[in-house]
Design a protein around this ligand. Structure first.
Ligand SMILES: [Zn+2]
Ligand SMILES: [Zn+2]
Length: 226
């Protein structure tokens, strides 16, 4: 706990932590959790480690009384959407980005990194099904959880922005139209996919195209129909 008489608080998880000689945060679990804090192994300067004075000597608050709360820890900042998530009409609604391969990225407003993690953990269950992806700059979730995550987001927010990578040259055929599930990269941009069942109960607010890393993406803002 602390090197050189200083205690350090991880501003991601609020735990007391140690910073090694290279300035990296030593791996630690979060309080009341067996999950590793994602600040583990990162450079302390990058993860807003709070550097405070070590244990005070001499002055101890003995009696009850009112006692000012010494807790002046900075509030952790809300996680910003990664740059590849476009805004919709000038705002950032909760966003899901489905790449052609791999886990999907997810972000939602007014939540810290840790709150993102807590929510995802409660929706997705296992901590093997989601993880922080530093390169994407967002939390990522195993594909199978798309229905649950999108449902939970639409329960809490008025709209949801869903992007997917697609291939304009991939012909839409019967295997797309008769597909189950929601994974689709064909030129119909999932419009015909499984006869649209994957998005039943939603209404489209708007659509637009974009590119990401040179690849075409299609974005749809949806809300709950009704
Ligand atoms: Zn199709
Ligand atoms: Zn399809």
């Amino acid at each position: 706990m602390g090197v050189g008489g200083f205690s350090r608080t991880c501003l991601k998880c609020r735990n007391f932590i140690t910073v090694d000689q290279d300035g990296r945060v030593v791996a630690h679990d979060r309080p009341l959790s067996r999950l590793l804090c994602h600040a583990s192994g990162q450079l302390a300067v990058l993860v807003s480690v709070e550097w405070g004075p070590g244990p005070r000597r001499g002055r101890r608050v003995v009696s009850g009384g009112k006692g000012h709360r010494r807790d002046r820890r900075k509030k952790a900042e809300h996680l910003k959407p990664p740059e590849w998530m476009p805004n919709y009409q000038g705002e950032h609604p909760p966003t899901i980005g489905l790449p052609a391969k791999g886990w999907f990225g997810v972000w939602f407003p007014a939540h810290t990194m840790w709150e993102h993690e807590r929510k995802l953990s409660s929706w997705v269950g296992s901590d093997r099904s989601f993880r922080w992806d530093g390169r994407e700059g967002c939390w990522t979730v195993a594909g199978a959880h798309f229905p649950r995550v999108s449902r939970e987001l639409l329960r809490r927010y008025p709209s949801l922005l869903i992007g997917r990578e697609y291939n304009p040259r991939e012909k839409c055929n019967s295997s797309c139209r008769n597909a189950r599930g929601f994974l689709c990269t064909c030129s119909c941009r999932a419009r015909n996919h499984g006869h649209g069942k994957w998005r039943s109960g939603w209404r489209t607010l708007g659509e637009f195209h974009g590119r990401r890393a040179g690849r075409p993406w299609h974005w749809t803002a949806v809300t709950v129909a009704g």
